[in-house]
Design a protein around this ligand. Structure first.
Ligand code: PEP
Length: 248
């Protein structure tokens, strides 16, 4: 069976109720390609609200969660809490979490392991910085970040989407070219074939993220190893519908 195209929106720390209503109304109006899985990543405080107004065909994701079910972790939310309010997805390891909040591979892996054990599905983000790319270390970084996730994921690959997001392309307007993105997706899939299993490599969906817009989505979506997008800025705009429909 082919890999179902999966498009995530990452609102980051944006939106208020008015804007959220507009975004959701726009998604409801669509029309959205029914063959595409859509997941919107919402600020924690609006998760329950968004869940209450979106159709069931659109999944809602948290943008982060902690690595244990409950306790003295001021300011954190747990997978158990997310599940309790009907949220089934979480984005983990986003480059902003890694760079601004200092999340290392090991912590990301602990979070991924606990989220999966708790029954959440995970969009796990990886990607190199510009400095790392220019030093020829793209594969080394992406493989290292993914290796850290292997034991955390274990046999739960069906509940994981990988998001390859070159840090230099996030929020910069500098999209990776389809060739650049396809090259990393393809070598990551080969790496997974050796280091996880050929079945995992064949089945896992790898999203591309980094300045995806309606203007560049179709060309990127046509690449054989790009199975969807994780979209930041453009997921707040009406063009998100066109990005979802990029394979149509
Ligand atoms: C992101 O936040 O994951 C992202 C890819 O952002 P943008 O689309 O704005 O580059």
């Amino acid at each position: 069976m082919g890999r179902k195209f999966v498009v995530g929106g990452n609102w980051k720390m944006n939106g208020d109720k008015n804007q959220i209503n507009e975004i959701v109304n726009n998604l409801k109006k669509g029309p959205l390609d029914e063959n595409v899985e859509v997941i919107i990543g919402v600020p924690a405080i609006y998760l329950a609200y968004v869940k209450s107004i979106v159709p069931d065909s659109i999944a809602v994701a948290a943008q982060n969660c902690w690595k244990v079910p409950k306790g003295a972790f001021t300011g954190e939310i747990s997978p158990a809490m997310l599940k309790d309010v009907g949220i089934n997805w979480v984005i983990l390891g986003h480059s902003e979490r890694r760079s601004i909040f200092g999340e290392k591979d090991e912590l990301v892996a602990e979070k991924v392991a606990h989220a999966l054990e708790s029954g959440l599905k995970v969009i796990a983000c990886i990607g190199e910085t510009l400095e790392e790319r220019e030093a020829g270390k793209t594969e080394e970084v992406v493989f290292r970040q993914t290796k850290a996730l292997l034991s955390a994921i274990g046999d739960k690959w069906a509940n994981v989407v990988l998001a390859y997001e070159p840090v230099w392309a996030i929020g910069t307007g500098k999209t990776a070219s389809p060739q650049q993105a396809q090259e990393v997706h393809s070598s990551l899939r080969n790496w997974l074939s050796t280091n996880a299993s050929p079945d995992v490599a064949n089945a896992v969906r790898i999203q591309y993220g980094g300045s995806v817009t309606a203007a560049n989505a179709k060309e990127l979506a046509a690449c054989s190893d790009i199975d969807g997008f994780l979209v930041g800025g453009a997921s707040l705009k009406p063009e998100f519908v066109d990005i979802i429909n990029a394979t149509k």
